[in-house]
Design a protein around this ligand. Structure first.
Ligand SMILES: O=C(O)CCC(=O)C(=O)O
Length: 284
């Protein structure tokens, strides 16, 4: 890991670190993701799945959100968050004390391609920071080849262009000036700023198996209140990997110390609805 990569992350809003995970480190995570995928596909209605096609049509799924729930938890996936190279990069950018935000698993659909629309996460489309200071680090840990991720470099540091605002507003996935595709190989980690304009797209039948996760500095004021209900269930934290436990504890502590206003709670409720509307094209 080098400061040049952290500088690229701040400047461009993303950086791909090739081969951060060795084949021996990829193997257990990939095996765990395959098992998780089998569990999820056996009962998609029981999980927060991402549909590329949903009933009354055929069911096709390109991933699942919240893989750290007690039903889906697997130590081999939590272990990814304790990887020294991965943690080292995130700590270089955000500082030593981190809190957990999200962890999802993404894969190629089987029948229906997915085209996610352009967006910034959390529906924070007007958020930008000229210095490039990130409020979080989001990352795709690619366990196979993955050419799904597109981004507009530098778009986290300036207001949206008219073309970007229009495309985001109409849930569009059309070509944007300056967009780049970031192809990855197994073992690569693609770190990105979720306030950079981005989207994913993936053909059916492809090899994609990717973990999609997000961490914040423990005292970051933007984007808190991500302590999911399951994290507060009695006994849950004692069952998870110690690194994850520590980061989840900090999430809970920060949330408890910074209750959100009713207005912000309402905004988040609306955002949740809007995020669902951003479901892959075929599933809307
Ligand atoms: O497919 C991807 O890598 C991007 C996913 C994404 O942007 C999202 O889940 O919000």
């Amino acid at each position: 890991m080098t400061s040049a990569q952290a500088d690229a992350f701040r400047r461009d809003g993303f950086v791909r670190v090739p081969g951060l995970f060795s084949p021996a480190e990829v193997a257990p995570a990939l095996a765990a993701l395959e098992e998780l995928r089998t569990t999820v596909l056996a009962g998609p209605e029981k999980h927060a799945v991402r549909y590329s096609s949903r009933p009354p049509g055929p069911i096709d799924v390109w991933g699942v959100s919240n893989i750290m729930t007690p039903e889906l938890y697997d130590d081999r996936l939590a272990e990814v968050l304790a990887h020294p190279g991965l943690l080292g990069f995130v700590q270089e950018v955000l500082g030593p004390r981190l809190r957990f935000w999200t962890a999802h698993a993404l894969w190629s659909p089987e029948m229906v391609d997915y085209e996610l629309s352009w967006h910034k996460d959390n529906e924070e489309h007007e958020y930008h920071e000229a210095s490039g200071r990130p409020t979080h680090v989001q990352f795709n840990v690619c366990l196979t080849a993955d050419d799904a991720f597109r981004v507009v470099p530098g778009s986290h540091r300036r207001p949206l262009t008219d073309a970007e605002r229009e495309e985001i507003g109409r849930l569009g996935s059309g070509e944007l000036p300056g967009e780049v595709l970031v192809p990855c190989e197994a073992g690569d980690v693609l770190f990105f700023n979720h306030h950079a304009v981005h989207r994913g797209s993936c053909e059916n039948g492809g090899p994609r198996r990717t973990l999609h996760m997000n961490l914040q500095a423990a005292d970051e004021p933007v984007g808190g209140q991500t302590s999911w209900k399951f994290m507060r269930e009695p006994g849950y934290l004692e069952t998870v990997h110690p690194t994850l436990r520590e980061m989840m504890r900090r999430t809970i502590e920060w949330d408890d110390a910074h209750p959100i206003s009713r207005a912000e709670a309402m905004r988040r409720l609306r955002s949740k609805r809007d995020i669902l509307a951003r479901d892959a094209k075929g599933a809307r």
